[in-house]
Ligand binder design. Structure first.
Ligand SMILES: Nc1ncnc2c1ncn2[C@@H]1O[C@H](COP(=O)(O)OP(=O)(O)OP(=O)(O)O)[C@@H](O)[C@H]1O
Ligand SMILES: [Mg+2]
Length: 471
C-alpha cells in the first residue's frame, strides 16, 4: 500500500486527505511541521510527500531542500495558497515534483498524486538484468537468454556506470523503456531522480517549455514562470522517449544542451547550466527522418554515442518460453488466478506467430488469456481469440496497423492531455491532415480511419480551411 506523508500546520487538511485517499488504498501519514516531516521520512518508508509551502517554524522551501538532500527520490508535491505561488514555482528548482493550488481541484489533486506515485515506483523498483546469469524471483527484470539479448546486457553493463548519452532503438514493445530504467538503476545516479518525458504525448508547442521551462509572459497564456524538467531533475537522469517525434526547433535547443549542458528558459535571458544524463529512445527510423529533413543529423550524431538496439521478438523466438514463464508467474501473483501453464499446441502457436507488437503484445495476450481461461491450462483459443489473427500477417496489414496506431495515438493524446480543451482543435486538425495524407486524400477511407462519418469529416475540412489535393 503506497504511503503518502501530508505536511501542513492546519490539521483539517490531514483529515480531508484521509477521507479522499483511504478508499483508494493509499495510506496517509501526517506531520504538522517541517521538522516533524524530516523525522518521519528518515524513519519511515514514504512514497510521496505533499507539503504546504507556508508553515511556521522550518519553512516549506527549507524543508524541501533538506528532504531532497537526504531523499532525492521521494517526489514532493507543494501545496500553495494563491499568495505564495511564486515560492511554489521556485521550489521546482529544488526538485519539487509539481505544485497545486489551494483550495484543491480534487480531480487534479488525485491525478497528480497518482502520477507522482507511479514515478516514485519507477524510481524505486529496480529493473534487474541477467548479467550474473540469473534473475531474482521477485520484482521486475529483463528476460531473455538469446544471443542478441546477451549483447544488450553487455552493453547495458558497459554504459550504465558512465554518464554517456544512450540512444535506444527498436520496434514498439521491444523493451526500450525497461532498458532505460535498467541503465538508470545501475548507474552512478541511481540514488538521484529519474524523469521520463514522452515527446509524442505532449503537444508540440508545449514540449519545449516542458523541457526547458519558460518565463512569465514568454507567450500568450504564460502567466507564471515555469521550471522545466531539465532544471527540475538536476543531478539526475532524464529519459526522453519517442525522440523521433520531437519538433525541429526543440531539437536545436536540445543539441545545444548536449553540447554544453546549458539552455535558456523560453523568453528568458539567463543561461542555466544543469548536470543531467540523457537516455533517449525511439521506435522510428531516424535515418529516414533525417533523409526527410525531420530530424537533425548533428543532433543524431550527438545522441548516437552509444546505441543499444532492441531486437524484435520474432528474431529471438527462443526467448518466448522464458518470457511466458516470467509473465505467467507475475499474473498468477497479481491476478490471483491459478494457471498452471500452456498446452503444447498453444506454445507452438506462440512460437509460430510473428509478433508485430513484440514483448508487449505477448504480455497482453497472456494477461488476457489468464483472465479469460476456463481451465488451468491456456489453449491456442485463449491466446488468439480472433480466428482472423493469421499466423503470417501480410505486409499491407502491417502498414495499416501502423497507421491505425498513429491515429489512435493522436486521439489518445486528445483525451488525456491535461489542457486538452485548448489543444483539441489543433490536434484534431493534425489528425485529419495525417489521415488524409495516409489515405492519399481519400475522404471515405480517412473518415473510417478517424472513426467519424464522411459528412463530419467534410465539414471539418471546410471549417479548418484545409485544401484537398485535386480540389
Ligand atoms: N525482455 C523483457 N523481459 C521482460 N519484460 C519485457 C521485456 N521486454 C519488454 N518487456 C515488457 O513489455 C512491455 C513493453 O516494454 P517497453 O515499454 O519497455 O517497450 P518499448 O520498446 O518502450 O515500446 P514502445 O516503443 O511501444 O514504447 C513492458 O511491460 C515491459 O515490461
Ligand atoms: Mg516505450
Amino acid at each position: 500500500m503506497p504511503r503518502v506523508l501530508v505536511v501542513d500546520d492546519e490539521s483539517d487538511v490531514h483529515y480531508s486527505f484521509e477521507r479522499l485517499f483511504a478508499r483508494k488504498g493509499i495510506e496517509i501519514l501526517s506531520a504538522t511541521s517541517g521538522e516533524e516531516a524530516l523525522e518521519c521520512v528518515d524513519s519511515d518508508h514514504i512514497d510521496l510527500v505533499l507539503m504546504d509551502i507556508r508553515m511556521s517554524g522550518l519553512s516549506g522551501l527549507e524543508t524541501l531542500k533538506r528532504l531532497k538532500d537526504r531523499h532525492p527520490k521521494i517526489p514532493v508535491i507543494i501545496m500553495t495558497a494563491y499568495g505564495s505561488t511564486q515560492t511554489a514555482i521556485e521550489s521546482m528548482k529544488f526538485g519539487a515534483y509539481d505544485y497545486i493550488l489551494k483550495p484543491f481541484d480534487v480531480r487534479k489533486l488525485e491525478s497528480l498524486v497518482e502520477q507522482a506515485l507511479s514515478l516514485s515506483r519507477t524510481m524505486h523498483q529496480v529493473v534487474h538484468f541477467p548479467l550474473a546469469g540469473h534473475l531474482p524471483d521477485r520484482g521486475e527484470g529483463i528476460v531473455g537468454k538469446s544471443e542478441p539479448m546477451q549483447e544488450v546486457y553487455k552493453q547495458i553493463g558497459q554504459v550504465a556506470p558512465s554518464n554517456v548519452t544512450v540512444l535506444l532503438t527498436g520496434e514498439r514493445g521491444t523493451g526500450k523503456e525497461l532498458v532505460a530504467r535498467a541503465i538508470y538503476h545501475h548507474s552512478r545516479r541511481a540514488h538521484k531522480p529519474f524523469l521520463p518525458i514522452n515527446c509524442a504525448a505532449i503537444p508540440v508547442d508545449l514540449l519545449e517549455s516542458e523541457l526547458f521551462g519558460h518565463e512569465k509572459g514568454a507567450f500568450t497564456g504564460a502567466h507564471y514562470r515555469r521550471i522545466g524538467k531539465l532544471e527540475q531533475s538536476n543531478g539526475g537522469t532524464v529519459f526522453l522517449d519517442e525522440i523521433g517525434d520531437m519538433p525541429l526547433p526543440t531539437q536545436a535547443k536540445l543539441l545545444r544542451f548536449l553540447q554544453d549542458q546549458t539552455f535558456e528558459r523560453l523568453g528568458g535571458a539567463e543561461t542555466i547550466r544543469v548536470d543531467v544524463r540523457l537516455i533517449v529512445a525511439t521506435n522510428r527510423d531516424l535515418g529516414r527522418l533525417m533523409a526527410d529533413g525531420r530530424f537533425r543529423p548533428d543532433l543524431f550524431d550527438r545522441l548516437n554515442v552509444v546505441r543499444i538496439h532492441l531486437p524484435p521478438l520474432r528474431e529471438r523466438k527462443e526467448d518466448i518460453p522464458l518470457l511466458v514463464d516470467y509473465f505467467l508467474q507475475r499474473f498468477r501473483d497479481e491476478l490471483g488466478r491459478n494457471v498452471r501453464g500452456l498446452s503444447r499446441s498453444a506454445l507452438q502457436r506462440l512460437m509460430a506467430y510473428h509478433w508485430p507488437g513484440n514483448v508487449r503484445e505477448l504480455e497482453n495476450r497472456l494477461k488476457r488469456a489468464v483472465v479469460l481461461t476456463r481451465s488451468g491450462t491456456l489453449t491456442p483459443e485463449d491466446l488468439f481469440r480472433d480466428p482472423d489473427e493469421s499466423l503470417e500477417l501480410p505486409a499491407a496489414g502491417d502498414a495499416r496497423e501502423k497507421i491505425r496506431r498513429h491515429i489512435r495515438e493522436i486521439f489518445r493524446t486528445l483525451n488525456t492531455s491535461p489542457s486538452a480543451e485548448a489543444w483539441l482543435p489543433l490536434l484534431e486538425k493534425e489528425a485529419i491532415v495525417e489521415a488524409l495524407r495516409l489515405t492519399g486524400g481519400n475522404q471515405s477511407q480517412a473518415a473510417r480511419l478517424l472513426g467519424i462519418n464522411r459528412n463530419t469529416l467534410r465539414n471539418k475540412i471546410r471549417a479548418f480551411g484545409l485544401r484537398q489535393p485535386g480540389s
